[in-house]
Ligand binder design. Structure first.
Ligand code: AMP
Length: 654
């Protein structure tokens, strides 16, 4: 099992989306503490907009990992002018620490008195502004948090207009569920200052649920949204009454049962824990300018190291401080980091406990847990949450993007652009796994009712394979190249075994919301891996119909190719085993047998080579017959091989 590149079908879907932008679209904006995003949804579902200039300068580790569309919520000013917004402003943070505003969301609609601690630790100047509210003073000019958010929103709006090719004037903007009226009003005001009609202020956890299709159908559910971002942690218990399919507005009802969290707990704290000693030393710096610089450098270095530790067991950080900040060279271990960060993780679980208590619910009453926020990529967070709630969490969608995607879904509901039949109770296109030779094993066939589960056994095709690549695909055709690629993941660390011996059990679980979880376990070693995807994303009804029609046209041809590819895989194993056996017992069998087996091996090998190069050129019946002939011709070889093993056993037993 190994993979091929994604099929061209995905590109077709994207083009189809482009064509359907209305004149006055409603976009979804996730106005985040650390990053902001814009998404748009049409009949193919929601997608994140890649925002022009913020895309081109993707260079650091974090952004290349996180990909397109993420705009740092950072604005740099010079006097009266906005000097830079987004990635450019974030890149200049260290050099312009006192003129660059980040995490302004913390100050929205809040009194200065409530934010004194944040203000004291901030590299830019936060002061008491009008009516006791927080203000930000740069180069002697005072701005309200709303004005700064408005500069960010205007930038997002302009980039989104470029991306969609039409002017964007309306948006759904998300806010944390715990935001009070003043904070919600401040967010509306920011939109107004930016010239955007904020058609709805949407709770972030509700957006996350909408992105997963929760509330689209089915029964009432209770869900927990666990959101660990850059600067804040929120947990929300939501009750969802699904949309009535016959109602024209199609809106589900989301009710917040309880929220808890910690406005001073987020990814930044994990960065600090990672370099705690250096952070303490920087805080002790008496010169404010130098302190700000050192803190900004540590923030960047710690953040990068932490992200590296989400994928690797260890990472080395080196920094030439140029005399401004101390030089640095150390190796950090994930295991140490997890121990040091455990109190932070426990604080989030304590908040989950409080939220459930406030909602008057037991853990077992929670139907689903959704993970949101970049910090939930840390393996320690996923493990802790899944263990605590004793169930797998929803992680299929990128945790940085899920809120914007959900805001776009809400926008499309308000604009009357409904997703069509894809959100009904069946799987619109078959789901399968790539097998050796690029063929597809279908585990769930189209039109199966959801929820559904299917399990199949697979093995390896190469001796001593330590890692097995698994490629999840969607479509009706027989070969991977003609299907849509959904996800790739790896089952790692298998003990070395001959080809065909590992027993890899792969389970496909599709839940009532159409979210697919794939679990793979190698039975002998117990090694496991899993992945989660939302197969319906990016598909319209029309496209599903086209894919189905295509499969009918190619059905006969595809079946032949699939058969030839499978035969080639099996025949290759035959050739290997028979050659090995023949080498062992050549002296024990008649020369005519040796000659006919060797001729059969040559013939079959030629067909295997031809099948790999051009499977369509091979007649499957002729291939099958050749394989059969060799199997029959080699019977005496197998018998001699067994006899020899028995002799060996007997002599070693003497
Ligand atoms: P958000 O506010 O949701 O955009 O979350 C941003 C936070 O997620 C920052 O603290 C990032 O350092 C953190 N983050 C992003 N990617 C990863 C990752 N792969 N591992 C750990 N933390 C991450």
């Amino acid at each position: 099992m190994s993979g091929d590149s994604p099929s061209s079908k995905t590109q077709v879907a994207t083009e189809a989306c482009r064509a359907s932008v209305p004149d006055d679209p409603i976009v979804g904006i996730d106005l985040g503490t650390t990053n902001s995003l814009v998404a748009f949804a049409d009949a193919a579902g929601p997608r994140i907009l890649s925002l022009g200039s913020d895309l081109e300068s993707v260079e650091d580790e974090a952004s290349s990992q996180n990909g397109n569309g993420l705009v740092p919520s950072v604005v740099r000013y010079r006097g009266d002018v906005v000097e830079a917004v987004g990635r450019e402003a974030a890149a200049g943070l260290e050099d312009h620490a006192t003129r660059t505003v980040y995490s302004v969301k913390r100050y929205m609609g809040r009194r200065f008195d409530d934010r004194r601690e944040d203000a004291a630790a901030s590299p830019y100047r936060v002061v008491e502004g009008a009516r006791g509210l927080s203000g930000i003073e740069i180069d002697g000019r005072m701005r309200s948090p709303e004005e700064i958010s408005a500069d960010l929103l205007a930038h997002l709006r302009d980039r989104a207009s470029e991306a969609l090719g039409v002017p964007v004037r309306r948006a759904v903007v998300t806010v944390p569920a715990y935001f009070d009226d003043a904070q919600r009003q401040a967010t509306r005001d920011a939109g107004r200052i930016a010239g955007i009609d904020v058609v709805r202020i949407l709770n972030e956890p509700t957006a996350a649920a909408l992105a997963y299709g929760i509330g689209g159908r089915g029964d009432a559910e209770t869900i927990v949204v666990y959101d660990l971002g850059g600067g804040t942690f929120d947990v929300t218990v939501l009750e969802v009454m699904p949309a009535d399919p016959s109602s024209p507005d199609g809106e589900a009802i989301f009710r917040v049962l309880a929220t808890a969290g910690d406005t001073r707990l987020g990814g930044d704290d994990f960065d600090r824990v990672l370099l705690e000693d250096l952070h303490d030393a920087a805080m002790a710096e008496s010169d404010p300018e130098r302190r700000a610089r050192r803190l900004a450098v540590l923030r960047a270095v710690g953040g990068r190291a932490k992200i590296a530790l989400s994928d690797a067991a260890a990472t080395r950080i080196r920094l030439d401080g140029g005399g401004v900040v101390p030089d640095l060279d150390r190796t950090l271990d994930r295991a140490d980091f997890e121990v040091a960060a455990r109190p932070l993780v426990d604080r989030t679980l304590d908040a989950c406990e409080r939220a459930l208590k406030d909602a008057g619910l037991e853990r077992a009453a929670i139907d689903r847990v959704v993970l949101v926020g970049g910090s939930t990529r840390m393996p320690m967070i996923r493990e802790a949450v899944e263990t605590w709630f004793d169930r797998p969490a929803y992680v299929a969608l990128d945790p940085d993007r899920v809120i914007a995607l959900g805001a776009a879904v809400q926008g499309s509901i308000l604009a009357g652009t409904r997703r069509d039949a894809l959100l009904l109770d069946v799987i619109p296109l078959s789901l399968g796994l790539e097998t050796a030779g690029g063929a597809v094993a279908k585990l769930v066939v189209r039109n199966t009712m959801v929820p559904t589960r299917s399990v199949e056994m697979f093995s390896t095709s190469v001796d001593g394979q330590l890692n097995v690549g698994l490629h999840v695909v969607q479509g009706e055709r027989e070969m991977v190249a003609d299907c849509r690629s959904l996800a790739r993941f790896e089952l790692r660390g298998l003990p070395p075994m001959p080809a065909g011996i590992p027993q890899i059990e792969v389970a496909f679980n599709v839940d009532a919301n159409g979210v697919l979880g794939v679990d793979a376990v190698e039975r002998r070693s117990g090694r496991r891996a899993r992945v989660q995807v939302v197969p319906s994303n990016g598909l319209t009804r029309d496209e599903v119909d086209r894919i189905e029609a295509d499969s009918v046209t190619h059905a006969r041809d595809d079946m032949m190719v699939h058969r030839v590819v499978d035969l080639a895989v099996n025949a290759a194993l035959d050739v290997k085993w028979i050659t090995e056996a023949l080498d062992r017992v050549r002296a024990d069998v008649d020369t005519e047998v040796v000659a006919s087996v060797e001729a059969g091996l040559v013939e079959l090998q030629a067909l295997i080579t031809q099948a790999r190069e051009d499977p369509r050129s091979v007649d499957p019946d002729a291939f099958h017959a050749a394989k059969d002939r060799l199997d029959r011709a080699s019977m005496p070889v197998h018998e001699a091989s067994i006899a020899r093993s028995l002799r060996n056993e007997a002599s070693s037993g003497d």
